[in-house]
Design a protein around this ligand. Structure first.
Ligand SMILES: [Zn+2]
Ligand SMILES: [Zn+2]
Length: 225
């Protein structure tokens, strides 16, 4: 096949898994009907502002010699490429492929906004995961049952188990109901040293609960008293 504009022989090359034909002189690109989609989908948009690149009038299809018609890619992209109505192949002037990719991805500004939004959502998801972990009833329940089993096996004393249960109450309530606990004001829970004297955001309450729960020394203290 020859280049429709400079009539030099086109050279086959592999582009995004497709065997396409390129003119080494003008850098134009011939894509058969089935090749346009995969190539466009895998082309990174150019970050430079789009300058229209016109197709050349009156050129013939390198495959079937029919004359190529100007075709507005996706009907409203403003990127006019040359298309053969007979075989469905397209001829892209150099730079037009990047313009099509840019049209598909929106303007560089919109793309940056999209990327920023995606990053933000990812960060929010991570935060959400951390908060769920922080307030996990299952996880804290397993830790509490672990303590109880340990005390039962180690001491076998009902007194110790009861005092541990009492000791576990504060951290467990903090983890299970952090928001309700955070909104308590000026209440002393009596059996425990920490006094909740001002509104605390639920997350901090849950963190406090975990610190207490994961401190075996604190738990040992509960059992002894
Ligand atoms: Zn050429
Ligand atoms: Zn053709």
């Amino acid at each position: 096949m020859d280049c429709p504009t400079c009539h030099k022989s086109l050279e086959s090359e592999s582009l995004h898994g497709q065997t396409v034909d390129r003119c080494v002189t003008c850098n134009g690109l011939w894509l058969d009907h089935s090749e346009l989609g995969p190539v466009v989908r895998n082309t990174r948009p150019s970050q430079a502002p789009a300058k229209p690149i016109a197709c050349v009038d009156g050129i013939a299809c390198p495959r079937c010699n029919e004359s190529l018609a100007a075709f507005n890619y996706a009907h409203d992209s403003g990127v006019f490429i040359s298309k053969c109505d007979s075989c469905g192949g397209v001829w892209l002037e150099t730079g037009q492929l990047e313009l099509i990719a840019q049209y598909r991805s929106g303007s560089p500004a919109i793309q940056r906004l999209g990327n920023a939004m995606a990053d933000e959502m990812l960060a929010a998801n991570k935060l959400q995961f951390a908060r769920r972990l922080l307030r996990s009833r299952l996880l804290s329940g397993i830790v509490a049952i672990g303590y109880l089993l340990f005390i039962v096996l180690a001491t076998g004393s009902l007194q110790s188990v009861l005092s541990l249960l009492l000791g576990l109450m504060l951290p467990m309530v903090c983890i299970w109901f952090p928001d309700a606990m955070g909104n308590l004001k000026g209440i002393s829970l009596g059996f425990a040293r920490p006094m909740i004297t001002e509104t605390t955001p639920g997350d901090f309450v849950a963190i406090g609960g975990w610190l207490l729960l994961l401190c075996p020394a604190a738990m040992a203290l509960m059992v002894r008293t």
